[in-house]
Design a protein around this ligand. Structure first.
Ligand code: CU
Length: 635
């Protein structure tokens, strides 16, 4: 789009011939100032993974990676650039966000879920884990998923617009924490991409709303849930012992592993840390699906989702077992799969160890070739205090966050296995770096894919303390970027993260292919031309169809009656990249945006009589302030 075309668009709605020249100049100045005249980046060159890592992205340069991070109890997902640490986008998911109108437009409210009276069922959420869809063992950029630990939901984000398009509430689950997509089909070799998302329930619950079982924690259990990646429907669930925390899947699609704490079924923390070992539970996906197909399922509570029994007592015979409980030291936190697909690494939290479980030996156990679940463990190195999460560099090294030591520790998998076999001289720990302070999640560039490139590691630190200017009692968090390309780790930079990200993934920029302009045909109500702008009335329901083309709406005035239910349908007909319009109505709590070629709608009751200006809230043009109109509400 040239500046000339922009200029002619800018002239629309400014029918003052005598001022034409002045307006052109002013409009163009505005456009240049807001960057609209700049060259648009539509195709991103592939990241050169052999180039030296850098700590700075100079003005005009682009980042090499996207970092998708959860936003914790803000309920959103954040997108940062790596290595700059710049925030590029905040994607509202479980939260209400007036910046884009999420939770305000009819379209977003429908995705979020409604009560029978049309109001939002939930306005809050707690996101912890973002993971992307896979093809051939690496990100394909089609979808990203994020959990809601607060209200037990899974949300999907479309890779093309980086917007949430579906949310599914998981039945009979509280504290849904870890999630991971499968990386291919466990049975059909033709299906080489993600078709399922696995979700672990953390808090054990009764499956009834009344009666003695509600109060008796010994009757509680957790559910492991499989959700269809395309339809977002819940496919099946597995009842298990213990509280599931994080999830990791194998590259063959056959297994999902979740670390478990509170195998004691305690309800207070003292009881939850009684046992010396908890577990990492591994699910045999193909067997579970075969059991469901064979009708060996039951239902729980009001849910119609088929459930199979994955408890320890029901799965003692490995040859028919749906689950394998591998005992691991005390209250583990975090399980991650190595990029070569060989090992699950489970962190100790209350034990200074990481437990390495062999994928090959897990398969042998399920064939009945190993007696003891502990026979699947091939290493358990001591790495430091409070190990939580592990990233990988694709060169056989692990990077584990140590919450209590405030460090990232680099250790070698093969050396840890050699040490476990008896090689006392094996040097397992290769390096340590201090981080600031108390790291939770840590993850590496492409680290959970077959394309792990060993360049960057992000340490998501839970406390920032003195790292930034003081701003009162609530502190931001520190995300620290670390160079892992050499033998020694090197701190590159700190950036702030508003509270409070948990897990994230670092995705090469060529994997993410977004559309910068929406499709008019995506919305059935799209107002395709200013000439289609109209007002439809059915009884007291009024629909106002509007278009926006900078710097004007297709109607600069419309009239409704007090008590009417008013729906505004607004299409942004501008086709220029980065030309978003907003729509706010004074005193009516209406505030949303429409991106180029996007349509959105809001519905409200015209409660107050009088004249109310509506105006463009998202800066769009030199005549942005003039982009407004009047809603007359007749008494
Ligand atoms: Cu505008």
């Amino acid at each position: 789009m040239s500046t000339n075309e922009l200029g002619s668009k800018a002239d629309l709605g400014v029918p003052i011939p005598g001022r034409r020249r002045f307006l052109n100049t002013a409009a163009l100045a505005g456009i240049a100032g807001s960057g609209l005249g700049a060259t648009v980046v539509t195709a991103r060159a592939a990241t050169n993974v052999n180039a030296p890592v850098k700590s700075e992205v100079k003005p005009g340069e682009l980042d090499d990676y996207y970092l998708f991070a959860s936003g914790g109890h803000s309920g959103e997902v954040r997108v940062y650039g790596v290595p700059s640490g710049r925030t590029i986008k905040r994607i509202p998911v479980f939260n209400v966000d007036p910046m884009v109108g999420w939770g305000i437009t009819n379209e977003s409210k429908k995705i979020m879920g409604l009560k029978p009276d049309g109001s939002l069922k939930y306005m809050t959420g707690d996101t912890h884990h973002v993971h992307g869809s896979y093809t051939d063992g690496t990100y394909d950029g089609k979808y990203f998923w994020v959990n809601d630990k607060l209200n037990g939901r899974l949300a999907r984000i479309r890779g093309d617009y980086l917007e949430c398009d579906q949310i599914t509430e998981v039945p009979n689950v509280q504290g849904f924490h870890g999630l991971f997509p499968d990386k291919r089909d466990p049975v059909d070799p033709k299906i080489n991409h993600t078709t399922r998302v696995f979700c672990g329930g953390e808090f054990h619950v009764p499956f009834t709303a009344a009666g003695p079982d509600v109060k008796d924690p010994k009757k509680y259990a957790c559910l492991f849930t499989c959700i269809d990646a395309e339809t977002m429907q819940v496919r099946w669930q597995v009842k298990v012992d213990g509280n599931m925390d994080l999830c990791a899947t194998s590259y063959d699609g056959k297994y999902a592993a979740l670390n478990q704490y509170n195998t004691e079924n305690g309800v207070v923390y003292q009881d939850m840390m009684e046992a010396e070992r908890d577990a990492c539970v591994v699910f045999d996906i193909a067997r579970i699906e075969a059991a469901i197909k064979a009708g060996k399922s039951f239902t729980l509570g009001d849910s119609k989702v088929p459930v199979v029994d994955g408890t320890k007592a029901a799965n003692k015979d490995p040859r028919t077992a749906l689950t394998l409980y591998v005992p691991v030291p005390k209250n583990p936190h975090g399980v991650n799969m190595s990029p070569d697909g060989k090992y699950y690494v489970c962190s100790g939290k209350l034990s200074p160890t990481a437990t390495v479980i062999s994928h090959e030996l897990v398969q042998k156990w399920f064939k009945g070739e190993l007696k003891d679940p502990r026979d699947t463990v091939v290493a358990e190195p001591e790495i430091g205090l409070g190990p939580l999460h592990t990233g990988f560099d694709g060169r056989g090294n692990c990077y584990t966050s140590l919450f209590l030591d405030s460090q990232i520790v680099k250790w070698n998998l093969d050396k840890a296995i050699a040490q476990y076999k008896g090689d006392k001289a094996a040097q397992v720990v290769l390096d340590r770096i201090d981080v600031h302070y108390q790291p939770g999640h840590t993850y590496c560039s492409m680290g959970e894919t077959k394309e792990a490139d060993g360049r960057y590691l992000n340490s998501g630190n839970k406390f920032s303390k003195d790292r930034f200017l003081p701003v009162g009692p609530l502190h931001v968090e520190t995300e620290q970027l670390i160079d892992i390309s050499g033998d020694k780790m090197r701190l590159l930079q700190d950036h702030t993260a508003y509270c409070e990200p948990h897990d994230g993934i670092i995705v090469r920029r060529d994997k993410v292919r977004t559309k910068q302009i929406c499709e008019l045909s995506d919305h059935p109500l799209a107002v395709k031309s200013p000439n289609d702008s109209r007002i439809d009335r059915k009884g007291n329901k009024v629909t106002v169809y509007l278009t926006a083309i900078a710097p004007t709406y297709s109607k600069t005035e419309f009239t409704v009656k007090r008590g009417d239910e008013v729906t505004i349908v607004l299409t942004n007909l501008d086709k220029v990249e980065d030309l978003t319009h907003g729509f706010g109505i004074q005193k009516y709590n209406v505030n949303f945006i429409v991106n180029p070629q996007q349509t959105a709608s809001v519905t409200f009751k015209a409660e107050h009589a009088g004249m109310f200006w509506y105006y463009c809230t998202h800066f769009c043009h030199a005549l942005h302030l003039e982009m407004r109109g009047r809603m007359i509400v007749e008494a």
